[in-house]
Design a binder for this molecule. Sequence first.
Ligand code: 5GP
Ligand code: ZN
Length: 137
Amino acid sequence: MNDNCIFCKIANGIIPSATIYEDADFRAILDIAPAHKGHTIILPKQHAANLFEIDEETAGKLLPVAKKVAGAVKKVTGCDGINILQNNGEAAGQTVFHLHVHVVPRFEGDGILPVWPQGSYADGEAAELAAKIKAEL
Ligand code: 5GP
Ligand code: ZN
């Protein structure tokens, strides 16, 4: 746990929160400034700034928790869809540097999230880039 990290304190129960789920590894809480009511964030109890720092075992447990939480949020809010979002780095919109996964209820036509522009690849460019990325795995 990082003493200077607010999400470490919330995840480990030192700062109280509107908790909707807790297990040995995670706490899921209502976001304080929700995109829609029911917007939840899932926090690992162990500090990791982002996806690049989290250990594989904890990372592997995260999606099943997101699935469970998303199902409950969908049932209670009656939303039409759910976004699972996870921001890494300031450029990607991360503002709290303790990894967290957003579970955002969505309603038809709510327009609350930007849709990215649809780019394209020149002939052969996608294959070349795919090979470069693949070589780093
Ligand atoms: P990020 O932009 O880093 O992906 O998301 C940070 C999220 O944490 C934001 O949606 C923000 O509203 C939420 N947040 C920041 N501080 C607190 C807090 O003290 N309590 C809760 N419940 N949510 C917080
Ligand atoms: Zn932390």
